[in-house]
Design a protein around this ligand. Structure first.
Ligand SMILES: C[S@@+](CC[C@H](N)C(=O)[O-])C[C@H]1O[C@@H](n2cnc3c(N)ncnc32)[C@H](O)[C@@H]1O
Length: 277
C-alpha cells in the first residue's frame, strides 16, 4: 500500500510523517528493534520500565503507540493505559493485537497536542517518537500539562542520523552482507528515500542526543531530568538475533531519558516544637 504522502506532494510535514508510518505499519513488527520478542527481550523491557515507574499500577499515557509493542509491556505491568497514535493503520494493528483487554484505551490523536485533560496521568511514556516531533517544545509542554504533579515522563529514543564510531563499521558490514546475501530488511521500496526526505526537515533531523534533549526538558519546567543507556534491553535483543540484526543494533546510539513534574507541595501541617513546650 502506498498512500499519497510521497515527497513532493502538497502534504505538510506532519501529514507526510503520518502517511510514512501508515505505510510502514504492515511490516513494522517484522523488524528487530521494533518487535519485542517474547522471553528475554520482553522481560528486559518490563524490568526497565518497572524500575523507572515503580511497581504500583498507574494511569499511563503512551504516546505514538504504533503497533502496540510497548503498550503490551505497560499493560502487562498492570498499568491502566491510554495508547495514542495519529496513524489509523498503526492503531488498527495495536487494537487487533490487544483486543478485549481491560484497562486499555486507544486514541487517534496528535502526540504534540494530545487534547487529554490537565493532570490526568501518573506517567507519559514514548518510544521512538521524540526524534520525529515537528515542534518538540510545544509537545513537551503538552506532556507536562497532562501529567499529575510528581508524574514521570519516560522516553526511549536514539540518534538515528549519525552512527556511533563503531557503528560506521557495523553499518558497512551490513551493507556488504546485504549485497552478498540479498537485503533482508523489511522496508517497502522507496521507504528509505521518504524517511530521509522527512528527516531533513525535522528539528532533530541531524540526530537526537541527550545533550540536546535534557536542557530542553529542564527549560519546559521538568525536574530530576536524566538519561541512561538501556543496555539490558540491547543485550537481551541480541540474544538469538541474526548476525545482521546484531550488527544493526550496534549502528546508532539508543538512550532512555526520564523527567518528573514538580511534586505537589506537602500541605501537611507540621507542629512547631516550640509551641508544644
Ligand atoms: C517508530 S514508530 C514507533 C512506534 C512505537 N512507539 C514503538 O516503539 O513500537 C513511530 C510512531 O510514531 C507515530 N507518530 C509520529 N508522530 C506522531 C504524532 N505527532 N502524533 C502521534 N503519533 C505520531 C507514528 O504513527 C508511528 O506509529
Amino acid at each position: 500500500m502506498t498512500s499519497v504522502g510521497a515527497p513532493g506532494g502538497n502534504f505538510d510535514l506532519k501529514e507526510e510523517i503520518r502517511s510514512y508510518w501508515s505505510d510502514r505499519s504492515e511490516t513494522f513488527d517484522l523488524s528487530a528493534g521494533h518487535r519485542i520478542a517474547p522471553g528475554a527481550e520482553a522481560r528486559a523491557w518490563a524490568d526497565e520500565i518497572r524500575e523507572r515507574l515503580g511497581a504500583r499500577p498507574l494511569r499511563v499515557l503512551e504516546l505514538a503507540c504504533g503497533t502496540g509493542e510497548i503498550t503490551g509491556v505497560l499493560h502487562g505491568l498492570g498499568h491502566d493505559v491510554t495508547a495514542l497514535d495519529f496513524s489509523e493503520a498503526m492503531l488498527a494493528r495495536a487494537r487487533a493485537k490487544h483486543a478485549g483487554k481491560p484497562r486499555l484505551r486507544f486514541v487517534l490523536a496528535d502526540a504534540e497536542n494530545t487534547m487529554e485533560p490537565d493532570g490526568a496521568f501518573d506517567a507519559v511514556v514514548c518510544r521512538h517518537l521524540v526524534w520525529t516531533l515537528t515542534d518538540p517544545a510545544a509537545a513537551f509542554a503538552d506532556w507536562r500539562r497532562v501529567l499529575k504533579p510528581g508524574g514521570t515522563l519516560l522516553i526511549f529514543d536514539g540518534d538515528w542520523a549519525t552512527p556511533t564510531p563503531g557503528g560506521w563499521i557495523a553499518k558497512a558490514i551490513v551493507g556488504v552482507l546485504d549485497r552478498w546475501l540479498g537485503d533482508d530488511a523489511t522496508h517497502h521500496a522507496g521507504m528509505p528515500a521518504r524517511h530521509d526526505a522527512i528527516m531533513q526537515r525535522l528539528p532533530f533531523g541531524e540526530g537526537l542526543r541527550p545533550e540536546q534533549l535534557l536542557p530542553m526538558l529542564r527549560d519546559i519546567g521538568f525536574v530530576d531530568v536524566a538519561a541512561w543507556s538501556p543496555s539490558r534491553i540491547a543485550s537481551a535483543r541480541r540474544r538469538g538475533a541474526t548476525i545482521r540484526d546484531t550488527l544493526r543494533s550496534l549502528v546508532y546510539r539508543r538512550f532512555g531519558a526520564s523527567a518528573r513534574t514538580i511534586p505537589r507541595p506537602n500541605t501537611a501541617i507540621i507542629p512547631d516544637p516550640a509551641e508544644s513546650v
